[in-house]
Design a binder for this molecule. Sequence first.
Ligand code: TMP
Length: 235
Amino acid sequence: MEKREQLYEGKAKKVFLTDDPDLLIVSYKDDATAFDGQKKGTIVGKGAINNRMTNHIFRLLEKEGVPTHLVEELNDRETLVKKVEIVPLEVIIRNFSAGSFAKKLGMEEGIKLACPTLEFSYKNDDLHDPFINSYYALALNLATQEEIDTITKYAFTVNKVLREYFAGLGIELIDFKIEFGRYHGQIILADEVSPDTCRLWDKETHEKLDKDRFRRDLGNVEDAYQEVFRRLGIQ
Ligand code: TMP
């Protein structure tokens, strides 16, 4: 597959065209940002870890009936994916209180919720990804009702599969954010699943093994990403 010109550069990935109009190459960077890009840094080795971890998890999810954009891992940092039109919704599932949820509700972090929650943010950096509900999504033509239903169904399946999978690695899946795209009219999982986009706590010690170490200046950021990767047991 021939890599052509760069289509887009995001905060954590670059995207390249290929000679197939249906396929793109994503290239994961070591760059890290937080708070809408106000905080910038580098997490050495992150690009390769997030690339390989996302692909490993997407293969697992495909087996469980969640279609994804994954086509083929090309090398440590690059993957061939289906070219989707991203649905401009950040889909967030929470199993425990943390982050903006804990802050908004005046809760401490790490309280188990009575059931998993799902929320949407409108993917718009200028507006700081505001929290919206499905009625806003419909009113703003961000997605159809059928798409929202499919996204909701897949998101809860992703949660069930990943919660069990991470539990087997001694990791509690606190919360995560995923994104979906449209590919020839079908909704499929796109973007990434990595310590950048999930809160992952060691089940025993509750040590944070995710990007909160970078966001909150907790130190040992690289070690945390490597520890998650090591537990995945990817050869
Ligand atoms: P929040 O508690 O800050 O709303 O974050 C919820 C989840 O979404 C958490 O796992 C981190 C992830 N997340 C992203 O992937 N990208 C973002 O820009 C933000 C703010 C959160």
